[in-house]
Design a protein around this ligand. Structure first.
Ligand code: HEM
Length: 209
């Protein structure tokens, strides 16, 4: 779970960094989107890798949860948490919210099913106008609300997942323990702030079509 999760975290970080190019305007953003699409072999390798990692991660999460339940079939009469953070106790819920978000996001921006007006049109350079699609999307308050809820799930999930994966991989050195503990919340904060900046900048009209 730790390795598949870290693979997905790396994708989410690069995806956010790439999407920040929306602040550079349509030509840069659409040029970047075209560059990714113009390399079909690496693109499909990355897509298949991503899908396999996500599927593996979900199957292992279900197995782990059911093994935990089998280990203690009778629930505790009183639950008193000493160490476990809110993020660690809600991993299944935040993971489920994240899964719903990703399905929605793919149907919305990649497949254009949620909003049929959000289809691929060419820009002045003949590239797919992905910039126009993203700007159009975040002018809609319902879409904005859904994406912000997704960011809450993403932030909570990442905040526990990154630190926990580093521990699972055995990266526990006294000198670095505070750094590893801070890694999860830091990655979560940076990714969520980057994504929320894109969503709100468009919604508030700071980035326009
Ligand atoms: C504000 C946040 C986000 C924005 C603006 C955004 C934007 C985009 C755009 C423009 C595309 C490509 C659509 C196209 O080519 O027509 C895309 C694809 C995708 N996004 Fe996002 N995204 C965001 C957040 C996320 C998050 C948090 C995840 C994962 C947890 C994610 C996962 C994906 C995946 C898996 C694809 C499909 C990649 C592919 O088709 O090769 N996105 N996103």
């Amino acid at each position: 779970m730790a390795l598949s999760g870290l693979g997905l975290v790396i994708y989410v970080i690069f995806h956010m960094l790439g999407n920040l190019q929306v602040f550079e305007g349509p030509l840069v953003f659409n040029g970047y989107a075209a560059l990714l699409r113009d390399m079909p072999i690496p693109l499909w390798a990355a897509r298949i890798g991503l899908l396999s990692l996500a599927a593996l991660h979900i199957v292992l999460a279900i197995q782990l949860t059911s093994r935990n339940r089998q280990a203690r079939p009778i629930a505790y009469a009183v639950r008193e948490y000493r160490q476990a953070s809110f993020a660690s106790r809600t991993m299944a819920t935040s993971g489920f919210v994240l899964l719903l978000f990703i399905l929605f996001h793919l149907l919305h921006l990649t497949a254009g099913v949620i909003d049929p007006s959000s289809v691929d049109r060419p820009d002045v350079e003949g590239h797919r106008d992905v910039y126009g699609k993203v700007v159009h999307a975040f002018q809609n308050p319902f879409i904005v609300a859904f994406y912000l809820a997704g960011q809450l799930g993403l932030g909570l999930h990442l905040s526990h997942a990154v630190t926990s994966s580093l521990q699972t991989l055995g990266l526990e050195y006294v000198a670095f323990n505070r750094l590893f503990k801070a890694a999860g919340p830091t990655v979560a904060l940076v990714v969520v702030l980057g994504n929320v900046a894109i969503i709100l900048a468009i919604f508030l009209g700071l980035v326009r079509g």
